[in-house]
Design a protein around this ligand. Structure first.
Ligand code: ADP
Ligand code: MG
Length: 671
């Protein structure tokens, strides 16, 4: 900027120094037109010397027009007489314009000088200075001198003005530098302020967000405050209610305290009474225990008096479709006390066709009388039968081994007696379910006296001297994987059957499930081998364990319920085909085991040193339930049919032999 500003000024200065026409410089300066105005006199003054000179120099006579043209057209060639290029209306106006303008820097429109060619001023013939004649060289010289003087004065003025302008320029520069510095400072300040403004803007944004957040929180807090105020009101209400209740309670408490002190006195007296009663109760408990032990002893004595081996005879009814036996075939004479006495005797009459009289009339039938501990005629129900043996079940709970057999020919009612009749009729339930139910209920009663009992059941079948588990399940079901009878441990009296299931039972339903399972197992086996069930012994055993923790007493005994194989003999008259041979082998095995049972009972009765338990699997398995302290009951089941008379007699004879045996005084298995 500075060079541009400076250049016109320097040019003016240069023009002055080079004596160029000032009008040129003036045309390039921003001068106000107003200040260029001069009066017409001054203009004339300015032009006069020229005119004079023109007039004075005869050879150089020119008009104002040519002069003006010369000023315009040859400024470079005629340096000293250069005419300003700027257009102007008249030469005098141009020359007047230069000097005063330089006093100010104010730019303004330049008044263009009149072009000599276009607006040539008329010669001032009628003015103050008339045109000198061409010959008046002196006058012209004088005019020129005057003009020169005038220029010199003007130059002086212009120098002064130049000086002033330079001063102003310096001042302006100083101001410019000051202003520049100030501007930089201000720019820096502006930058800083902008940064601050941006920072402020950001902070403002943050603060606005914060304000929003706080307003939101305020809203929430206000809501909470309202809720709390409501809660407070509710609590105050509640407190008033509670205070009222408290007052009421306090009143009641006072009343209660009064009655409490009465009650305490009463409690003290009751405690004394309770202590006295407890002492009495303990004494009674002791007495009760003593009585229970006494009961057990007396019960056992009673059983012993009844005989450790007892034989009951049961005659099944004639079934539908069977021929009714002739009257008097079977008789049940009453006891010594008359018909009210339970029958103990049975009389069977057999007509021997081979023994005819000489007259050819049939011989009188032979009567066979038998006497047993009890005889059950065909009409006897299952409950009646069980009543007689429930005492034995009690003995088992008291710790005495008990063994109940059902002996008789096939179809005589052994299974009916032991397990029950078909159809699940509760009245037809056999000894096994009844005995178990009785055991569980008595065990429950004894719990009140401190005894706890546990029962473990097993059910096996002995067929042809092989033992098979009737409680087998899954893959072993019905297959009858062979089992062995072993001692539970070295030196142990207890026997166990290998591969057989021993199932803990505690209720009737569990026992029913086991009997059902055994029936299924037998049914599966029956398809494989015809009527095998009647050709095998079924042994249901329940191991009973009792404990009186309070007195440190324990008792354990097995209860065995045995449905023996059919005792019928093989008809010697039958031809021995392949099937019969197998049948013969079965029968021999059965006969052998049944006779071993008889021999074992005899040996025990005779107190022989050797008891042949090992002679059959049955006696070996039951050895702990026979002899010694054991109680044995044999049911001899009889068919009511005349056609079975021979087998019935065999059974009755066997049973009579057993009935004659007395096994020594039983001892409870107390530990
Ligand atoms: P076993 O087991 O001795 O071969 P069962 O018990 O199978 O004989 O009895 C043969 C048939 O006689 C069965 O149909 C059975 O229901 C029936 N029976 C046996 N005893 C009685 C009885 N006391 N009352 C009614 N029916 C009986
Ligand atoms: Mg049977």
């Amino acid at each position: 900027m500075e060079p541009q500003q400076r250049s016109p000024l320097l040019e003016v200065k240069g023009n002055i120094e080079l004596k160029r026409p000032l009008a040129k410089a003036a045309s390039r300066l921003p001068l106000s037109g107003r200040r260029l105005k001069r009066g017409p006199d001054q203009m004339e003054e300015a032009l006069e010397p020229e005119k004079k000179r023109t007039r004075g120099l005869g050879t150089r006579v020119t008009t104002t027009h040519p002069r003006a043209a010369a000023l315009n057209s040859a400024p470079q060639t005629q340096g000293q007489t250069a005419v300003p290029r700027a257009p102007r209306k008249s030469a005098p106006r141009y020359s007047m314009a230069v000097a005063p303008v330089l006093k100010t820097q104010k730019p303004g429109p330049v008044v263009p000088a009149q072009k000599p060619g276009t607006t040539a001023a008329p010669p001032m013939v009628g003015g103050k200075k008339p045109k000198r004649p061409a010959w008046d060289l002196k006058g012209q010289l004088c005019d020129l001198n005057a003009e020169l003087k005038c220029y010199r004065e003007r130059k002086q003025v212009l120098d002064q003005e130049n000086q002033q302008l330079q001063d102003q320029l310096r001042e302006a520069k100083q101001q410019a530098s000051v202003l520049g510095a100030e501007r930089r400072t201000l720019e820096e300040e502006l930058t800083r302020v902008r940064a601050q403004a941006e920072q402020g803007q950001r902070e403002l944004g943050n603060l606005s967000a914060r304000v929003l957040e706080l307003e939101e929180r305020l809203g929430t807090q206000e809501g909470l405050v309202q809720e709390l105020q409501q809660e407070q009101l509710r609590l105050q209400e509640e407190r008033r209610g509670l205070a009222a209740q408290l007052g009421e309670q306090e009143r009641r408490l006072q009343t209660s305290e009064a009655s409490l002190s009465d009650s305490q006195a009463e409690v003290a007296s009751l405690r004394q009474a309770a202590a006295a009663r407890e002492a009495v109760l303990a004494e009674r408990e002791d007495r009760l225990h003593g009585l229970e032990m006494e009961r057990r002893r007396l019960h056992n004595q009673l059983q012993e008096l009844k005989g450790n081996i007892r034989v009951f005879c049961r005659v099944r009814p004639v079934l539908p479709g069977e021929s009714t036996p002739s009257p008097g075939f079977l008789q049940f004479p009453s006891g010594p006390c008359g018909p009210s006495d339970p029958p103990t005797r049975l009389s069977l009459s057999r007509s021997d066709e081979r023994r005819g009289t000489l007259s050819g009339a049939p011989a009188a039938p032979t009567r066979h009388d038998f006497s047993f501990d009890r005889v059950f005629p065909p009409g006897s129900g299952q409950d009646e039968v069980f009543e007689e043996i429930s005492m034995l079940v009690q003995s088992a709970l008291d710790g005495y081994p008990v063994c109940i057999f059902a002996y008789g020919q096939t179809g005589s009612g052994k299974t009916f007696t032991m397990e029950g009749g078909p159809g699940g009729d509760p009245r037809l339930e056999g000894l096994i379910p009844r005995a178990l139910r009785h055991l569980f209920s008595v065990a429950q009663e004894l719990r009140g006296q401190g005894w706890t009992y546990s029962f473990v059941a097993s059910y096996v079948e002995i067929y042809n001297e092989t033992v098979r588990d009737l409680l087998a399940t899954g893959a072993r079901k019905g297959q009858g994987g062979e089992c062995e009878i072993r001692r539970a441990g070295p030196g142990s009296e207890e026997l166990t059957v290998t591969n057989a299931r021993y199932v803990p039972v505690s209720c009737e339903r569990e026992v029913e499930a086991l009997l059902h399972l055994a029936r299924q197992n037998r049914a599966v086996a029956r398809t494989a081998q015809n009527e095998r069930s009647s050709r095998s012994h079924s042994v249901f055993q329940l191991q009973i364990s009792g404990e009186h923790a309070g007195r440190g007493l324990q008792c354990a005994a097995p209860l065995s319920l045995v449905d023996l194989a059919g005792s019928e003999r093989l008809d010697p008259g039958l031809a021995l085909g392949p099937g019969e041979r197998e049948r013969l082998r079965e029968t021999q095995a059965i006969n052998s085991s049944l006779s071993t049972l008889g021999l074992v009972i005899m040996a025990l009765s005779n107190k022989e040193s050797h008891v042949p338990y090992r002679n059959s699997k049955l006696t070996y398995l039951l050895q702990n339930s026979l002899g010694g302290s054991a109680k044995m009951l044999m049911f001899v089941n009889i068919s009511p049919l005349e056609e079975n008379v021979s087998e019935s007699l065999n059974s009755l004879r066997f049973a009579s032999k057993v009935n004659q045996c007395v096994i020594g005084t039983a001892q409870a298995n107390k530990k």
